[in-house]
Ligand binder design. Structure first.
Ligand code: SF4
Length: 242
C-alpha cells in the first residue's frame, strides 16, 4: 500500500501535552478543511514529491517520488530514529485520510496521531494502534468549513472513539476573536464525553497576540466543566524548529 506524504523528519513536538518530546514526523498530504490559520498549507493538496530528511535534526532533505510505500517509509523512519525519540507523529494535512495505510504500517514504534478529528469512521479503524491521540476541535471563527455543525459532531465522535481506548487530549486554537460563546459548544461536548480529557488552548501564532486576559477568561470558563485545562503555545515556533 502507498500514501501521499509531504515530508518526513525528526524534530521536537511543539504542541499539546507532549511539547518537548522528540518525534519522527510523517506529514501526510491532503486535508478536507481550510483553516484560516493553517501553517502547513502546502500539505493540504497532493504533490508529486516527498521530502525526506537524511540525518536526524540536520534538515538535509532529499526528494522521492510520491506515493511512498510502507517499507520505504519504515526504513526512512528507522534511519531518523534516535535514543530520545519517543513516537512517530502522524500529522498533516489530515492523517486520518490515510487510515488504511497507517493501519498497515504495523510498526513497533509508538504512534502519535495529530488529527483534525473530522473522520470518525477512519478513527475507528485506528483506535487500537494509536498510542496518543491529539484531537483538534475547530471553532466557527477558524473558518475551516461551511458545515460547522457536521464537523463538530464528527470531531466529538472521533474524540469519544479514541478516549475510550487510548491516551487522548483535545487541542483548540484560540484566535483574538475567540470568545466564551464561540468556545462553549466544544467545551460542553468534551465534558459530555469525559471531564478528565485534557483541553489544551493554543494561542494562534501570529503578529496579533491573543491577550492574557482573554486566555484567563477562556481557561476559567472551560475549567468549570473540565478538570485539566492548559494554555500551551507552539513551542517549536519559538525555537525556530520545523
Ligand atoms: S486541519 Fe490542519 S492541515 Fe487542515 S487546513 Fe486546518 S490547520 Fe491546515
Amino acid at each position: 500500500m502507498q500514501a501521499q506524504i509531504e515530508e518526513v523528519f525528526n524534530s521536537i513536538q511543539g504542541e499539546g501535552t507532549y511539547a518537548g518530546a522528540r518525534q519522527v514526523f510523517v506529514r501526510f498530504q491532503q486535508c478536507q478543511l481550510h483553516c484560516a490559520y493553517c501553517d502547513t498549507p502546502k500539505s493540504r493538496s497532493i504533490s508529486g514529491s516527498c521530502s525526506i530528511e537524511r540525518t536526524s535534526g540536520k534538515g538535509d532533505f532529499h526528494s522521492v517520488k510520491n506515493p511512498v510505500d510502507r517499507d520505504f517509509l519504515i526504513d526512512a523512519i528507522s534511519k531518523l530514529w534516535s535514543p530520545s525519540t519517543r513516537h512517530i507523529s502522524l500529522t498533516g494535512g489530515e492523517p486520518l485520510i490515510h487510515a488504511d495505510f497507517i493501519r498497515e504500517l504495523d510498526t513497533e514504534f509508538p504512534l502519535y496521531l495529530e488529527t483534525n478529528s473530522g473522520f470518525p469512521d477512519e478513527a475507528r479503524k485506528l483506535k487500537d494502534v494509536i498510542a496518543v491521540a491529539s484531537c483538534d476541535i475547530k471553532l466557527p471563527e477558524h473558518d475551516s468549513t461551511r458545515h460547522y455543525d457536521e464537523l463538530l459532531k464528527n470531531e466529538l465522535e472521533t474524540i469519544s472513539i479514541f478516549s475510550d481506548c487510548t491516551e487522548t487530549f483535545v487541542k483548540i486554537v484560540v484566535l483574538p476573536e475567540t470568545t466564551i460563546a464561540s468556545l462553549s459548544e466544544a467545551v460542553n461536548g468534551i465534558a459530555s464525553i469525559d471531564q478528565d480529557i485534557p483541553l489544551i488552548l493554543q494561542p494562534v501564532t501570529s503578529k496579533i497576540h491573543v491577550k492574557t486576559g482573554q486566555l484567563f477568561k477562556l481557561m476559567d470558563f472551560a475549567a468549570e466543566k473540565l478538570k485539566d485545562v492548559r494554555v500551551i503555545p507552539q513551542t517549536h515556533k519559538m525555537m525556530g524548529l520545523l
